[in-house]
Design a protein around this ligand. Structure first.
Ligand SMILES: [Fe+2]
Ligand SMILES: [Fe+2]
Length: 476
């Protein structure tokens, strides 16, 4: 097992001290990263003491250390999961051959594009959540936000290491660009659409963690299968941290549902007006937020049929999540996948696509199944409380901006409808200006240890076995 050297300027388990050139290049990038963090990270809390976990090893037992730090002093480092002995390529044309320790020249630009796209999302989310801390519903939640922020910062480090170590000057230039693009910037926005949408309230934040970060999980899972072993190992370790981000999204939304059900019981009504008078989130409002973030996140997987997806799979660059355990055929040279596309006459038809070209859709399907798990749990809560309201994911055809369904008006069930009907009904499907205004009015910060805002129930337990009323953040 490799241990992490914390005496180094950049904590790492990649033996950086023995590669002076690389070490110097990364030490040159480090102050720029810190400048970026101080400018666009959670800088209203730069002096706060935050109870955070920091990676100290990469094995499953005890990989993290918990302690109180000021965020600008967080030890962002470079950690790769331990290598798997004699690992072979798990999919595509080179199936069964030894994995690569260097990037093959012919695949260099494809790898670079994927790594830069993944890397770009990490600082983007920190920028999106820049001011969110000011309206936290509790110190527990505030700490979780900051934990995610510092870890997204570390994920940026993870991608920058790969760029610096394996892509020479191009890689160093890309690493600079990762700090030059900014979420929502008119001239230099982040690469992917969803990562330019500001996250100004905590309902959006929990939806983002649940839906958008989950896309990140699926992208990381498929890159963890890559034949380029250092990339696979980097992504494997990132997934360890990512699990907490999923947890924050799922439990955050679950706690909102729980609080709403309590209020529904108290007032003896499920009328949204009555719920709102008590300062809670009515379930139809929550549903509109789910519709918004789910449909936006679906686009991140790309087009249903994609020659790019086919090449990255064929070349062993990007596999499917859990390639080894979930699939039998790892080559997919002559299998096919049925895709639903508009028939051009107002209907829907099924069209077979070569499996390799349909890899984006395969990933999106797996993602949708994963998204359903939380909804099942929340619906169970609702049912147990005696209400027959069901939260639902909209159809994957609804409100798409990329792929076969881009700009094709459908209702939430994915039925094709006219443009006029679509525009007319949209306010009932997505958060309206008044919904957003109401949610904004709920965002009053609560910073007394153990106290929760009125719109969210307390979590089941504190962080790392600490009590719920622990001062997870000392604001100073
Ligand atoms: Fe991340
Ligand atoms: Fe994340």
């Amino acid at each position: 097992m490799s241990t992490i050297d914390y005496s180094e300027k950049i904590p790492n388990n990649v033996d950086l001290a023995n590669d002076r050139t690389l070490q110097r290049a990364l030490e040159h990038w480090q102050p720029r990263f810190l400048e970026w963090w101080k400018e666009l990270g959670p800088n209203d809390f730069a002096n706060s003491d935050v109870y955070l976990r920091t990676a100290v090893g990469v094995d499953a037992q005890g990989w993290a250390h918990y302690g109180t730090v000021k965020m600008p002093d967080y030890r962002w480092g470079i950690f790769l999961a331990d290598p798997i002995a004699d690992r072979t390529i798990g999919f595509g044309d080179s199936f069964g051959q030894p994995v690569w320790q260097q990037v093959p020249g012919e695949f260099r630009s494809q790898f670079r594009r994927l790594i830069v796209t993944q890397g770009d999302t990490e600082p983007a989310s920190v920028e999106q959540q820049h001011r969110l801390g000011n309206t936290c519903p509790s110190l527990y939640d505030l700490r979780n936000l900051f934990q995610i922020n510092v870890e997204e910062g570390r994920h940026l480090w993870a991608m920058v290491y790969i760029l610096h170590a394996y892509f020479g000057r191009d890689g160093r230039e890309e690493a600079e660009e990762l700090l030059a693009r900014h979420s929502g910037d008119v001239d230099k926005p982040r690469i992917l659409g969803t990562f330019n949408e500001p996250i100004e309230d905590w309902l959006s934040f929990f939806c983002f963690c649940y839906f958008t970060d989950r896309d990140g999980k699926f992208q990381l899972k498929s890159l963890a299968e890559s034949s380029f072993d250092p990339l696979a190992r980097t992504c494997r370790f990132m997934l360890t941290e990512e699990a907490h981000h999923m947890f924050v999204g799922e439990t955050g939304l679950g706690r909102i549902v729980r609080r709403t059900l309590e209020v529904m019981k108290e007032v003896g009504s499920d009328n949204p007006e009555a719920i709102r008078r008590q300062g809670a989130v009515d379930l139809p409002l929550l549903q509109r937020y789910l519709n918004y973030w789910f449909s936006s996140s679906l686009d991140l997987f790309g087009s249903e049929v994609s020659s790019n997806a086919a090449t990255t799979f064929a070349n062993g660059i990007k596999g499917r999540p859990d390639e080894t355990t979930q699939y039998q055929d790892h080559v997919c040279a002559d299998s096919s996948f049925e895709i639903e596309v508009p028939d051009g006459k107002g209907g829907i038809m099924k069209e077979p696509s070569p499996m390799r070209n349909a890899m984006n859709e395969v990933l999106r399907d797996a993602y949708i199944r994963d998204c359903e798990i939380g909804l099942k749990r929340w619906n169970m809560q609702i049912k147990r409380a005696g209400y027959n309201f069901e939260l639902k994911l909209p159809s994957n055809r609804f409100r798409r901006a990329i792929g076969a369904w881009a700009n094709i008006p459908t209702d939430l069930e994915g039925r094709l409808i006219g443009r006029e009907e679509y525009d007319r009904r949209m306010p009932g499907w997505l958060p309206s200006a008044s919904d957003r205004g109401y949610v904004k009015s709920l965002m009053q910060r609560v910073v007394e240890p153990g106290k929760m805002a009125a719109w969210i129930a307390p979590p089941e337990r504190g962080v790392n076995n600490l009590p719920l009323d622990y001062a997870y953040v000392q604001l100073n």
